[in-house]
Design a protein around this ligand. Structure first.
Ligand code: ARG
Ligand code: MN
Ligand code: MN
Length: 341
């Protein structure tokens, strides 16, 4: 019954999931203070990222390698914004790479890195598809400015840097001239929030951002939550989707190896379902997976966190838990009845 309903919906939709991906690694961690997020792209690749994505029915996977982290950049200090010049330089390169992957007709799959790299991925996507919408899956809203942040860590600020409605709340930011905040906060939705700072909450209310915190997910379930967001920000269902997935949206028991873990988060099953629904729209064009820190925790923590990340990407890109039939084969293999003695 269920599969029939999904089948007919796919028959009428004009968008089809892209069967081509481009992988980008971003070994970058200066948007926060702990060592280790920068080794996540290597850890994900050696855990079989590329092979696992190639297993998805009919998937063409191209690894574009890691973004270049510049070794020389303008050494300016910006108030309460640690390492801004380096962050800016890295994001500029990343933005170009994401645009390139999208122009090559592939879904951009970016493996961070801390969440400050969301500036580059969203900027690169926006430059190719101005009508893109953004689903930020996170325990945190990452909506601080350098004026409202308690940490001075830029991984808590990417959404505020990107959004045009908040541009008046920033001072002039040296080194950031390349990035023009044009993305409208009207095209943003949150899933998984449970650690939101005061001014972040104020901004969410001021702009009426569809923000499904854990208590809302508790009330409506993950399916209705994401459908509500998509209905609100893209009622016609015809805009390309960018998912920025912070692994700390998952419960800290599901993904312990992360720098700012928060208990009481999404189960892996909820996150997989969320990704399957987004895949089902056929409109996913970019996904970031950030904040996995393989240097935190023990071997089992590390493995659990990386596995969770692999499951999330697979679900977003079309892996079906129902299984898939062997390609081009319509029947079970026949065997002869003759007995050999
Ligand atoms: N991408 C993240 N994990 N961000 C955590 C941000 C935490 C806090 N809101 C801050 O501004 O520092
Ligand atoms: Mn984040
Ligand atoms: Mn977070």
């Amino acid at each position: 019954m269920n599969s029939v309903r999904i089948f007919t919906r796919n028959m009428t939709q004009k968008w089809k999931p892209l069967k081509k991906l481009g992988i980008i690694g971003v070994p970058f961690e200066k948007g926060q203070k702990k060592y280790g997020v920068s080794i996540a792209p290597a850890a994900m690749r050696s855990a079989g990222l590329i092979e696992k994505l190639k297993e998805i029915d009919g998937m063409d996977v191209k690894d574009y390698g890691d973004v270049e982290i510049p070794s020389c950049y303008e050494p300016v200090e910006v108030d309460n914004m640690a390492h801004l010049p380096l962050i800016s330089a890295c994001n500029k390169n990343l933005s170009d790479m994401v645009s390139k992957v999208l122009k090559d007709g592939r879904v951009a799959v970016t493996i961070g890195g801390d969440h400050s790299i969301g500036v580059g991925t969203v900027d690169g996507h926006y430059r190719v598809n101005e009508d893109m919408i953004l689903i930020w899956v996170d325990a945190h809203a990452d909506l601080n400015t350098n004026k409202t942040s308690n940490s001075g860590s830029v991984h808590g600020m990417p959404v505020a840097l990107l959004v045009k409605e908040l541009s008046d709340y920033w001072p002039y930011l040296p080194t950031m001239d390349w990035q023009v905040p044009k993305f409208s906060i009207k095209n943003l939705g949150y899933v998984g929030l449970r650690s939101v700072d005061e001014y972040e909450r104020l901004a969410i209310e001021k702009y009426n951002v569809p923000a499904f915190a854990m208590e809302d997910i508790e009330e409506y379930g993950i399916q209705k939550s994401i459908n509500h967001i998509l209905q609100r920000i893209d009622p016609e269902g015809n805009k390309p989707i960018h998912v920025s997935f912070d692994i700390d949206s998952l419960d800290a028991l599901e993904a312990p190896s992360t720098g700012t873990p928060v208990r009481g988060g999404l189960t892996l099953r909820e996150a997989i379902r969320l990704m399957e629904i987004i895949h089902g729209t056929g409109r996913l064009r970019a996904i970031d997976l950030v904040e996995i820190n393989p240097a935190l925790g023990n071997d089992s923590d590390r493995k659990r966190t990386i596995d969770a990340g692999l499951c999330i990407l697979s679900a977003a890109l079309g892996f079906s838990r129902r299984g898939t039939t062997p390609r081009g084969i319509l029947d079970l293999p026949v065997q002869t009845h003759t007995q050999s003695k």
